[in-house]
Design a protein around this ligand. Structure first.
Ligand code: UTP
Length: 441
């Protein structure tokens, strides 16, 4: 059954063109790379005419039901090593809300603000589909209308060993892995999700990853720029925090916008400075996009000429040893073939890039410890909440790194951005006491 659904010719082709050729992706002549242009962050977007025009366009589209939200949650989260789908990980500093709950509540906040139902698509994989659907059901869809929460599974592909042989995870079971977040284009079309969106009158999709609770899912500025620029696919960028930060780099190659992963870009390019002494390739990708539904339908069809390319990654893949026992390796041992959603950029019309603010948009949970871990994500949430409270005139004691010394949390049901927070906070008749465990809801 598994073999019948596996395209062995495709595996053979990928082994030959990627694994044996020792390439992670298609070859790029780095000397021809240019940094991607982007719309810089405004010092005061709420007073900047260009940004306000975008906000109006974005808000009009949201109010008319033209926006849907979309989380890609099909990954295996091997680096985090959490024994359940990543979206079910508790991350908020005081109440321990899960990633899925935070996203759902951000959507509920926008639904109330704009007086409209906003569909929420959740991409799962064969490995975590039942668990994710069950988790939403058990939690009453976190207050969302179940009819507007659309689950679908992405495609899968067998993992291989260093000789290109398919790895077995059971006596009659192949080690299947989801085919990368780029698999979402085909999955949205095949599952009928885009057809459903079209019926609902949705034209734009707000795409984000499951590991980033800071993401501004419904951002009228971003959507407005996307609409005004008549873009097929837009992206948020965040200036890199340091030269070798492990993010994708927005670049122009042969006249087209693309993202080059840190693992593919030589360190000399990652560290390169421009004439003004700033990092030349500064625009880091944080996997936040807006996609047109029509563009997804065009790119996600079955026609192989529009398919995204595959990349190969070295990861931990559970396997059967010679005595038939299942081994869960502690270090990478197998190769996974994956498509990346940002490879769609090169065929998108007017693919704009907009600068976002790190502390307001991005803090990912990737690793168990160290950078991009639950601990750094909790710290970054606290810093964001502190910034909002301070903007409302509240004094908070902070440590030398600028993190509040005690735990605080602002519910997405109260506010999802600073401007809204300040307005609502100032309107509170009785303000909560500022102390450890402060939870504003
Ligand atoms: P990552 O690149 O962090 O991969 O995914 P991962 O599988 O979650 O984690 P590791 O690398 O094994 O530790 C970034 C985002 O893309 C989604 C993930 O769920 C996450 O939101 N993703 C990744 C998919 O939806 N499908 C995939 O096949 C891969």
């Amino acid at each position: 059954m598994q073999l019948e659904e596996t395209d062995l010719a495709e595996i053979g082709h990928l082994n030959k063109t990627l694994l044996f050729a020792n390439k992670t992706t298609s070859q790029v002549d780095f000397s021809k790379l240019k940094p991607a242009p982007y719309i810089p962050m405004s010092p005061d977007k709420e007073a900047d005419p260009k940004w306000l025009e975008a906000k109006r366009a974005g808000e009009d589209a949201i109010r008319s039901g033209k926006l849907a939200t979309f989380v890609v949650a099909g990954g295996q989260g091997t680096r985090l090593g959490y024994d359940a789908p990543k979206g079910t990980l508790p991350v908020s500093p005081v109440t321990g809300k899960t990633l899925f709950q935070i996203f759902a509540e951000k959507i509920r906040n926008a639904q109330e603000k704009y007086g409209v139902e906003i569909p929420f698509m959740v991409m799962t994989s064969i490995i975590n589909h039942e668990q994710i659907c069950g988790f939403f059901k058990k939690n009453g869809y976190f207050g969302l209308n179940p009819d507007k929460v659309i689950f679908f599974k992405q495609g899968f592909i067998p993992s291989v060993d260093k000789n290109g042989k398919i790895i077995l995870s059971g006596k009659d079971e192949i080690a299947l892995a989801p085919n990368g977040h780029g698999g979402c284009l085909r999955a949205m079309v095949r599952s009928g999700a885009t057809a459903k969106l079209k019926k609902l009158g949705v034209e734009y999709i707000s795409y984000f990853q499951v590991d980033n609770p800071l993401v501004n899912i419904i951002d009228p500025f971003f959507l407005g720029f996307h609409i005004l620029e008549k873009s097929d696919m837009s992206s948020k960028m965040i200036p890199k925090a340091y030269p070798l930060e492990r993010v994708g780099h927005f670049c122009i190659y042969e006249g087209k916008l693309c993202v080059i992963e840190y693992s593919d870009l030589p360190p000399s390019y990652q560290e390169m400075l421009d004439e003004s002494g700033k990092l030349k390739f500064i625009a880091g990708s944080v996997a936040i996009h807006i996609l047109n539904v029509d563009f997804v339908e065009a790119k996600g069809g079955d026609d192989s000429s529009v398919r995204l390319p595959f990349h190969v990654a070295f990861k931990k893949v559970p396997y059967l040893d010679e005595s038939g026992n299942l081994v869960k390796p502690s270090t990478p041992n197998g190769y996974k073939y994956e498509m990346f959603v940002f490879d769609a950029l090169e065929s998108a019309s007017n693919p704009l890039v907009l600068e976002g603010l790190r502390g307001d948009e991005f803090s990912a949970v990737k690793n168990k410890e160290g950078v991009d871990s639950p601990a750094t994500c909790k710290r970054d949430q606290k810093r964001q909440f502190a910034k909002w409270l301070e903007a409302a005139g509240v004094n908070l004691e902070k440590d030398a790194d600028g993190t509040p010394i005690f735990d605080i949390e602002i519910s997405p049901l109260f506010a999802t951005n600073q401007a809204d927070f300040v307005k609502k906070w100032n309107a509170l008749e009785k303000k909560p006491e500022i102390k450890d465990g402060l939870f504003v809801e």
